[in-house]
Ligand binder design. Structure first.
Ligand SMILES: Cc1cc2nc3c(=O)[nH]c(=O)nc-3n(C[C@H](O)[C@H](O)[C@H](O)COP(=O)(O)OP(=O)(O)OC[C@H]3O[C@@H](n4cnc5c(N)ncnc54)[C@H](O)[C@@H]3O)c2cc1C
Length: 395
């Protein structure tokens, strides 16, 4: 007789086979292949929308969130089975969003009932797209020095200030934002608030990157009225919410180290461009050794990631473990793209031609440079690991 989990696996596989459109089983190649949801869904293909909606209806965009908040209500073991079955059928992630990977976990821990009921189901169904208002021109690594001011005006806060590097702020519907509610206390003077990006006084200005893309913005707040009920957690205790959320952000970013699954584009690409020697090995011995070393590290990281996710879901991960995973995963992803560029030779520097798919590889390689900056730099992660995991004295 099948165990409950085996039964769940069989049913899950059958449902995925019947419901995941064929286009949604193709590898993710460009930014456009990722689905972010939001009020404006006009850029989605019919298959993307169908897949997001079908998974959203079952709560499987957020399988381990409680059912009453739009989740699937699955146990840790069932969530893992779903992940494995999706990987086996090469199903794409139906919805990637800051709501799922960052705000949701923070609301589940710190939000009140009304906030959970209002925001979580809309995140699960991809109806509202969120952006993150943390960094400011003078507050990046030292985030707690942020200065965006929120004054108490009775039933609302009046927010004035500026954020920077706000990813996709120009496409986002709502923002989760750190504001200063007490200028006399650095860490215990920060609050965590939510507001609609259509609120009068909010404006965004895209920043152009070296890759030619513009995935983030400067975000300005000019007398923005934020209702008091949009404060998450206690007044002046937003730093706790912010740190908890950052752990989840780093967990999400560490996933870049896994390289997206599917066929191995590094080895496949190198075989094509470099060719094979008489013994069927990659013809360039130096690159061969570098790729072999990389692959060993990538396999070790994948195994460690699996263990990390299990520990995290079981509530047994060290709070600083996401820093370790983020550091290694992002450095690994940068190496992967360096090697892909090396394997491709000068053709990989092609920027606009049809053959290069509009410089897909070169742009992706440049994008990875930001991996070890976003969500906190590698140097900052090393500081956290040194202090909180290795117990070394701080500077
Ligand atoms: C692609 C991308 C997306 C982003 N998206 C968002 C977003 O959506 N929302 C948001 O709020 N922010 C976002 N950020 C901002 C990001 O969080 C910051 O860039 C990051 O925290 C670093 O801050 P900074 O850029 O001000 O650099 P700084 O803090 O000025 O650091 C400059 C350099 O000094 C080093 N340094 C600083 N302090 C120390 C220290 N104590 N020890 C050792 N070295 C140190 C850093 O490692 C870095 O190399 C994004 C950034 C990128 C690249």
């Amino acid at each position: 007789m099948m165990s409950d989990l085996e039964q769940f696996r069989a049913e899950t596989r059958a449902w995925l086979e019947a419901n995941c459109p064929p286009e949604m089983r193709e590898p993710v190649r460009t930014e456009k292949d990722s689905v972010w949801g939001g009020r404006d869904q006009s850029a989605m293909t019919p298959a993307q929308k169908q897949w997001m909606d079908r998974m959203g209806e079952r709560g499987w965009t957020v399988p381990d969130w409680p059912k009453e908040y739009g989740g699937g209500g699955l146990s840790a073991a069932e969530t893992k089975v779903l992940r494995e079955e999706m990987a086996a059928l090469r199903c794409r992630n139906p919805l990637s969003s800051f709501g799922i990977s960052m705000l949701g976990p923070a609301l589940l821990k710190y939000g009140n009932e009304a906030q959970k009921k209002e925001h979580l189901p809309k995140i699960a169904r991809g109806e509202i797209r969120w952006c993150q208002g943390y960094s400011e021109p003078n507050a990046g690594s030292d985030l707690a020095s942020l200065a965006t001011k929120a004054e108490d005006k009775g039933d609302h806060f009046l927010v004035n200030g500026q954020k920077v590097w706000t990813s996709y702020a120009d496409n986002a519907d709502w923002i989760f934002c750190l504001v200063r509610t007490d200028p006399t206390n650095k860490h215990n003077g920060i609050s965590f608030v939510l507001f609609d990006m259509r609120t009068p006084g909010v404006s965004t200005k895209p920043i152009l990157l070296i890759s030619g893309y513009s995935p983030f913005c400067e975000t300005f707040f000019d007398n923005v009225k934020v209702p008091k009920e949009n404060l998450v957690g206690e007044l002046n205790k937003g730093w706790d919410v912010a740190k908890y959320l950052l752990g989840h952000e780093r967990e999400m970013i560490s996933g870049m180290g896994l390289g997206g699954g599917g066929k191995n584009p590094l080895i496949e690409g190198a075989r094509k461009t470099i060719g094979l020697d008489a013994e069927g090995r990659l013809a360039d011995p130096l690159l061969r050794a570098q790729i072999a070393l990389f692959e060993v590290r990538a396999k070790a990281f994948a195994a460690q990631s699996e263990r990390f996710i299990d520990e995290l879901k079981a509530g047994k991960a060290h709070p600083a473990q996401p820093s370790m995973m983020k550091y290694y995963g992002t450095e690994l992803n940068k190496s992967r793209h360096e090697l892909m560029m090396a394997a491709g030779g000068s053709d990989e520097l092609e920027w606009e031609s049809e053959a290069s798919d509009g410089g897909r590889e070169a742009r992706a390689w440049l994008r990875t440079k930001a991996n070890s900056i976003e969500g906190g730099t590698s140097e900052v992660q090393l500081n956290i690991i040194a202090k909180r995991i290795l117990n070394l004295p701080g500077a």
